[in-house]
Design a protein around this ligand. Structure first.
Ligand SMILES: [Zn+2]
Ligand SMILES: [Zn+2]
Length: 185
């Protein structure tokens, strides 16, 4: 939803932004995250829009259901992402007149952005917040054992056939092979 800055009432607005994975991809192509995150179910984010003169604040939070792929064991698991929207929009003219640093001091904990066309795309603000909340290194459980480095078995499902001392032997053998290749005596 796009809002014209001057049409935002002084008392503010409450909006519900709804979307799903397909909706998210219309804003971004999170290529580096597609392998580890799937947003399938629809979700909605309640946001509060407030305005003081030309400064617009967008704030809200939501829990979004996602499927994440564990970076250790490679299995998909169901989770929830906590999304917090907190953006403050200043007119670009203010930035030009006063400098970014001075405005940043006032903006405190809000994500600061600038608008130039008097229109703010709230959908984009929400989508961006969701994107930023997605974990880069999801792990299914804190004690996930991951995959065996030799045979690739999921060690959460039990021990694999590789015995504990084999990797060391392999390592020694690899070092010997390398030595002979490099002709180190
Ligand atoms: Zn795992
Ligand atoms: Zn193994």
């Amino acid at each position: 939803m796009k809002l014209v800055v001057t049409e935002i009432p002084e008392e503010g607005l409450n909006l519900t932004i709804s979307g799903d994975g397909r909706w998210l991809r219309t804003f971004f192509s999170p290529r580096e995250k597609e392998e580890t995150v799937r947003v399938r179910d629809s979700f909605s984010v309640e946001v509060r829009i407030s305005r003081v003169d030309e400064v617009i604040r967008v704030a809200g939070c939501a829990k979004i259901p996602v499927e994440l792929r564990c970076v250790r064991c490679n299995e998909w698991f169901i989770s929830e992402v906590d999304v917090e929207v907190k953006s403050e929009f200043h007119p670009l003219s203010e930035w030009v007149a006063r400098g970014k640093e001075e405005i940043e001091l006032k903006a405190s904990e809000m994500e600061m952005e600038f608008y130039s066309s008097r229109v703010i795309d709230i959908d984009e603000v929400v989508a961006e917040s969701i994107f930023l909340s997605l974990p880069s290194y999801p792990v299914c459980t804190d004690d996930c054992k991951g995959l065996c480095a030799r045979c690739g078995a999921n060690l959460n499902k039990g021990k694999c056939q590789c015995s504990a001392d084999q990797p060391v032997d392999d390592w020694k053998k690899a070092l010997e092979d390398l030595r002979s290749k490099l002709k180190i005596k």
